[in-house]
Design a binder for this molecule. Structure first.
Ligand code: NAD
Ligand code: WQD
Length: 362
């Protein structure tokens, strides 16, 4: 059985946690990352946590020559493609960078995969492809629309994957649409390490709690929500990581239901038949919405630190509420999120406390 997985962007926040989950599930991992938004130290720590040196290749997914070398030297079952740029504001300022990195990068990778006949692919998509949802919870068939180049780049890749699946039935292409990933590994050794002042809520809150930032600006308190602040579906990054393991198990089982499934529990839960998966979009969320103020309160309770905040104007492009229907992931992958908002705050706080300067201090 081939159980080697190429993890692009595996040194990043979600990728590093997923490497651990993959190792624990019995997969062999090769990480490919250009370290444009991550550090070698994350890989070192993952190696320490799993007690085995991770195979790491520093490279860009747009470098098709290097990719060919990698595919020629390893026999992969499939690829999990995390590599991408993700800052919405930066994407508005630098759209070409985002389309080049996220769209051209994915095309380059898919072309090399096709050359080497590796056709199992798990793509990091995002709830951002749903734009401002018409109804909640958001189902996979909800309308897709995006308002910024980052979101457009994710949507463009989804369209490419759909067309690819139509053109050639031997591709198995899963797009996992993540909602709002937060939290850190329970060891406190790996977590989210924003380069600059964080754009996202949870790292901002934790940096206020640890005293690096003075106060949180809450963008709007006049939304039609429980307390006027935005509502999101926060999901623990280790739950998200398990979602990738479940997606791979599903692919293995679809391709060869009997022999190839590492996770027999999932094999039993789903009634798989041999054949291709085509293009399969799946939400990874908890199905529960939490408001900005509720998250601030939960974090203050867990950390026992006051979180100073002020209300300011709404942030351009923000929506009021966003949470997933997680039914498809449950039905097809046998996966559901297990960890609570308290767990998310506790693990973020442990990581923040143990690494006030992220990976830099070490
Ligand atoms: P991250 O920035 O921590 O990880 C992305 C990794 O990809 C980094 O290690 C970076 O160095 C690497 N990378 C970027 N461009 C590359 C390239 N051209 N070649 C090789 N490596 C490259 O981000 P993350 O939060 O771990 O997100 C992982 C994926 O999930 C991204 O595609 C992101 O768009 C998507 N996503 C993230 C979120 C979120 O809120 N974190 C939500 C939905 C989707
Ligand atoms: C959450 C809530 C803000 C910061 C983003 C991307 C999305 C996806 C996940 C990649 C909102 C409020 C935030 C702050 C605040 N990423 N907030 N003060 O915007 O839901 O999603 O990350 O795919 O594409 O857009 O996440 O954490 O930025 O914001 O009040 O300093 O917190 O207004 O209501 P968002 P977020």
């Amino acid at each position: 059985m081939k159980n080697k997985i190429l993890v692009t962007g595996g040194a990043g926040y979600i990728g590093s946690h997923t490497c651990i989950a993959l190792h624990e599930a019995g997969y062999e991992v090769v990480v490919y990352d250009n370290l444009s938004n991550s550090s070698r130290e994350a890989i070192n720590r993952v190696s320490t946590l799993i007690g085995q040196t991770i195979v790491f290749i520093e490279g860009d997914v747009r470098d098709d020559e290097l990719l060919r070398e990698v595919f020629a030297s390893h026999e992969f079952f499939g690829v999990i493609h995390f590599a991408g740029l993700k800052a919405v504001g930066e994407s508005v300022a630098k759209p070409l960078l985002y389309y080049n990195n996220n769209v051209s990068g994915t095309i380059a990778l898919l072309e090399v995969m096709a050359e080497y006949d590796v056709k199992n692919f798990v793509f990091s998509s995002s709830a951002t492809v749903y734009g401002d949802p018409e109804t909640l919870p958001i189902h996979e068939l909800s309308k897709r629309s995006c308002t910024n180049p980052y979101g457009q780049s994710k949507l463009a890749v989804e369209y490419i994957l759909e067309d690819l699946a139509i053109s050639d039935k031997s591709w198995n292409l899963i797009a996992l649409r993540y909602f709002n990933p937060v939290g850190a590994h329970p060891s406190g050794q790996i977590g989210e390490d924003p380069n600059d002042i964080p754009n996202n809520l949870m790292p901002y809150i934790s940096q206020v709690a640890v005293g690096k930032l003075d106060k949180l600006s809450i963008f709007g308190n006049d939304y039609p929500t429980v307390d006027g602040t935005g509502v999101r579906d926060f999901i623990h990054v280790t739950d998200l990581a398990q979602g990738h393991v479940a997606a791979l198990s599903y692919l293995e089982q679809q391709i060869s239901p009997e022999e190839n499934c590492l996770n027999t529990a999932i094999a039993k839960q789903t009634s798989a038949k041999s054949g291709s998966v085509g293009f399969l979009p799946i939400n990874l969320g908890t199905g529960k919405g939490t408001s900005v103020l509720e998250l601030v309160t939960a974090f203050a309770e867990v950390s026992k630190q006051p979180i100073a905040y002020q209300f300011v104007e709404r942030r351009a492009g923000d929506i009021a509420s966003c949470y997933a229907s997680a039914d498809k992931a449950q039905a097809l992958l046998g996966w559901q999120a297990k960890l609570s908002i308290t767990d998310m705050c506790q693990d973020t706080w442990r990581w923040q406390n143990m690494n006030p300067n992220g990976y830099q201090a070490s």
